[in-house]
Design a protein around this ligand. Structure first.
Ligand SMILES: *Cc1c(COP(=O)(O)O)cnc(C)c1O
Length: 425
């Protein structure tokens, strides 16, 4: 490679990020004490603050028992409200439009109870062909739940032949032509496989103009790219917190419901005691009185020790800010792209993520020989201390995360690929 390790170190000195706030795991059983961790799109790293914050919540339980609901330093009854402001700022929502609850696919189902309401010809659900399998299973099972055939109800949008990514104009043209048959558009904001960032406002506008409801799965977008869900008029959205949001494996997820749907008594929702307005919750009446906010979609009292890591992480995002993170992300991913251009030029490797920075977040996906993704990813880890994420058969995903990844991490990725994949002779 022409790019030098020295240059990477120089860039890190000039543009340092926040790596010191995270635990970066060693690779290969400690042989590489400091790994190049590029798998934050799969599982984000642990903020160093998380442990003490979690212990403080545990201590409140040991000291206070049931009184902790009201008397803990961070009382448990209104605990979820501590997360609302930072979550809303992260996705560009009003505080009444977001709440942290449950896990992602569970939330997609709860939101589809309200927002997937097939009527006659308007019954189809539009997803992308490369949707994350959980989303595909979720929409297919929703179709079946409504007595519909999932094979004809679920429309899978594909890129044009020979192309890797969906074109916005193809999605909007489809919606203009066939939108009258579509009940729900449910796409990934950033595709988990290719890293493509869809044009969320344009597709939302096209779907709504066609009379469909438009929801977004933001698992790979929240904490990765700036979002303005309220202004973009998105109907609903859901995301998980264990990828870019660094809240730990299986962490509690977030939802957004646009305020125009709040208080709509005609919308079906599944309810529990947390769906009723806080002021009346302990009146223990048989009929709920839901608030005219997104909190009407809550069902159960939340697990406080799972809320803690989400709170800690969201506060960190709040203090750094998505604008600054996105700017560093563009620099870091631009640098990795430049290095990969050099490595892929004479090797059987292709970057399938869009080149246009406006059409991607931080992740770059590299296509390699079919069936080699796992094997090559293992070699990167064992031989170079580079932790990336394989998607069999042929994609390896590298995510330089702007909070904690470094230019040197990017350099190690390119250097390791150059050493591991034979140049074509
Ligand atoms: C990670 C991810 C999921 C995971 O779903 P869970 O319910 O959190 O297990 C679902 N959908 C997408 C698009 C994802 O990226």
């Amino acid at each position: 490679m022409n790019a030098t390790e020295h240059e990477a170190h120089r860039l890190d000195a000039a543009d340092p990020g926040h790596r010191h706030l995270f635990h970066v795991p060693p690779a290969d059983g400690g042989r590489y004490p400091d790994s190049a961790y590029l798998a934050g799109n799969s599982l984000g790293l642990q903020p160093k603050a998380t442990r003490d914050e979690l212990l403080a919540d545990l201590d409140a339980w040991s000291r206070l028992g049931v009184e902790g609901h009201l008397e803990a330093d961070r009382p448990w009854l209104p605990y979820h409200a501590l997360l609302t402001g930072p979550a809303a700022r992260l996705v560009g929502a009003r505080p009444t439009e977001t709440v942290v609850m449950n896990s992602l696919t569970v939330n997609l189902h709860l939101l589809m109870v309200s927002f997937y309401r097939p009527v006659g010809e308007r019954s189809r659900i539009v997803i992308e062909d490369s949707a994350f399998p959980s989303d595909s299973y979720a929409v297919r099972s929703q179709a079946r739940f409504h007595g519909l055939d999932p094979d004809t109800t679920v429309v899978r949008l594909r890129p044009r032949d020979g192309e890797e990514n969906l074109r916005t104009e193809d999605v909007t043209a489809f919606l203009a032509a066939e939108g009258h048959t579509v009940a729900l558009v449910l796409l990934g904001g950033v595709n988990y496989l290719t890293g493509e960032l869809l044009d969320i406002p344009a597709i939302t506008a096209a779907g709504r103009a066609a009379g469909a409801v438009v929801g977004w799965d933001l698992a790979h977008a929240a904490g990765n790219v700036p979002l303005s869900l309220h202004d973009w008029d998105v109907d609903f959205a859901a995301w998980c917190s264990y990828k870019y949001l660094n809240s730990g494996p299986g962490a509690l997820a977030g939802i957004f419901v646009h305020e125009r749907h709040h208080g709509d008594a005609a919308l079906p929702r599944f309810e529990g005691w947390w769906s009723t307005a806080e002021a009346t919750r302990f009146e223990m009446t048989p009929v709920s009185r839901p608030p005219a906010t997104v909190e009407a979609w809550q069902i159960s009292n939340p697990p406080i020790f799972a809320m803690g890591p989400v709170r800690t992480s969201l506060e960190l995002f709040d203090s750094v800010g998505m604008t600054a993170l996105r700017e560093r992300s563009l620099r870091l991913t631009g640098y990795l792209q430049r290095l990969l251009d050099e490595v892929t030029a004479d090797r059987p490797l292709t970057v399938v993520t869009p080149r246009d920075p406006q059409r991607r977040g931080c992740q770059l996906s590299v296509r390699i020989g079919a069936g080699r993704a796992n094997e090559l990813t293992k070699r990167l880890r064992h031989e170079h201390g580079v932790i990336a994420d394989a998607r069999e058969p042929d994609v390896i995903r590298f995510a330089p995360v702007p909070l904690y990844s470094t230019y040197h991490d990017c350099w190690r990725v390119a250097d390791a690929l150059a050493a591991t994949v034979e140049a074509a002779s």
